[in-house]
Design a protein around this ligand. Structure first.
Ligand code: PLZ
Length: 451
């Protein structure tokens, strides 16, 4: 049963905050649209939960059949302020009515500079900073590497096992996992070298030990003098929400600073209040030379940035950084609205509260289900890794079964990890407590039902 058209277009926080299933998932309207998708959209573009959405807000996605689903994914850590958050909608509406595009490289406008000023204020460290804006996370990572290469006059790029940095040619090379991101798409960009990551559940090493292992690879197999940069996600995203052991990031950062290697923190998934601080690096006292951001920065509109030490950013010749749409005025207005929502509602504190709830619920679940080998994450970026009890042998089939059960019950959950056996939680920070609890109830049911 679909509701009247006018009402059905009302999303945002006014959307009733309740899970309500009126058809099977996907329902008949979604299935009809899936046939059209099959006809017109390339098969390479997959969908995980094939319901077509018509409205979203708070912690709810409503589909074209009138089902209301609990959102524990935020469109992969993007709608942290919630879908159609009031300040995002207001900023976008005003901007879209004033002008939609000039190209900042042709004639500039305030919104772009305002976002760069905010980034200087919010990113780790109190040194002089500048930014450049782009469209996607991958584009930001590519540009961070370009800047590091020009600044150092070196070529090599150090990355880590289980890393995800994007789907463009250089960022595919920087990404660890073959399927589905890289398979058949080579040859990849050269001069990218992979070091072992700290993965406490699997390696049992302290942060210092894991850093020594990584530094040994970078130093002996690449050579610090050849390294322009090392790029690292302070908490792995697609690679499995792995939180490196304490001390790993600070030790690497100190080594990079000593060797003149630019430290790039890829905070595209972990940034903008997701982990309970503005940036995950804040919690380790690590101050990267360059930070890449995207996703949560703009409440759902495409925007990305590289922010870093002013002298590094300025090492690139005039005209060396840019793009037709980078820092589009509507996306910048969305970012300013999104940041305003985070500041006004102290969404970092909200992420910590959500993290407290999720951690308690997930550790309780682990006691009942030994297939949950590890509970980890920080703030509203939490995950459980599923393994044969007492081992680190991945159980991706169980993760898929649990996810499928949740989807049938109207809870949007995502998996990740190199072995596909990590079940991750990225609720919008606007989710009401009752919905979060109900979503986690369904996850618990899913474990019982698939045991
Ligand atoms: N760096 C840390 O998490 C994007 C990718 C989903 P783009 N992660 C979600 C998929 O299957 O494509 C991401 C990230 C980190 C870079 C990126 C890339 O950001 O905006 O997708 O290009």
């Amino acid at each position: 049963m679909t509701e009247p058209a006018v009402q059905s277009r009302t999303g945002g926080p006014s959307l009733p905050q309740e899970r309500r299933l009126v058809t099977e998932i996907p329902g008949p309207e979604s299935r009809a649209r899936l046939d059209r998708k099959k006809q017109h959209v390339a098969d390479g573009v997959g969908t995980m939960l094939p319901v077509f959405v018509e409205a979203a807000g708070g912690g709810i996605l409503r589909d074209v059949d009138g089902n209301s689903l609990i959102d524990l994914g935020s469109g992969i850590a993007v709608t942290s302020v919630g879908n159609s958050a009031p300040e995002v909608v207001r900023g976008v509406q005003e901007q879209v009515a004033a002008f939609t595009h000039t190209c900042f490289m042709i004639t500039p406008y305030d919104g772009y500079v305002d976002v760069c000023e905010k980034l200087a204020e919010l990113t780790p460290g109190d040194h002089a900073k500048k930014s450049a804006l782009f469209n996607s996370g991958a584009e930001a990572v590519e540009n961070a590497v370009k800047i590091a290469r020009v600044a150092t006059g070196r070529d090599a790029v150090g990355v880590f096992e289980h890393a995800y940095h994007g789907r463009t040619n250089l960022t595919m090379a920087m990404t660890s996992k073959n399927m589905p991101y890289k398979h058949g798409f080579g040859p990849f960009a050269g001069e990218v070298y992979r070091a072992p990551m700290s993965y406490p559940f699997r390696d049992g090493l302290s942060g210092e030990q894991a850093a020594a292992r990584a530094i040994d690879v970078l130093d002996k197999q690449v050579g610090a003098d050849n390294l322009a940069c090392i790029a690292i996600e302070p908490i792995l995203g697609e690679g499995g929400f792995v939180v490196p052991a304490p001390g790993f990031l600070p030790t690497l950062a100190a080594w990079a600073a000593d060797k003149g290697v630019v430290l790039i923190a890829d905070e595209i998934q972990s940034g903008f209040c997701r982990t309970g601080s503005w940036f995950a690096c804040d919690e380790e006292g690590v101050v990267p030379d360059l930070v890449t951001t995207a996703k949560g920065i703009a409440g759902g509109l495409p925007l990305a940035a590289v922010t870093g030490r002013a002298e590094l950013m300025d090492s690139v010749h005039v005209g060396g950084l840019g793009g037709t749409y980078g820092g589009n005025p509507v996306a910048c207005a969305a970012a300013l609205g999104s940041i305003a929502e985070m500041e006004t509602h102290d969404l970092a504190a909200r992420a910590r509260a959500i993290g407290g709830t999720m951690h308690a619920r997930l550790t309780a679940l682990q006691e009942r289900h030994p297939v949950i080998g590890d509970v980890r994450g920080r703030g509203a970026m939490m995950a459980i890794e599923l393994c044969a009890p007492g081992t680190t042998d991945a159980e991706p089939a169980r993760a898929a079964a649990v996810a499928a059960y949740c989807h049938q019950q109207g809870v949007v959950t995502l998996t990740c990890g190199t072995w596909g056996n990590v079940f991750r939680f990225l609720p919008p920070l606007s989710i009401p407590d009752a919905l979060l609890d109900e979503g986690l109830d369904v996850v618990a049911e899913a474990f019982a039902a698939t045991a």
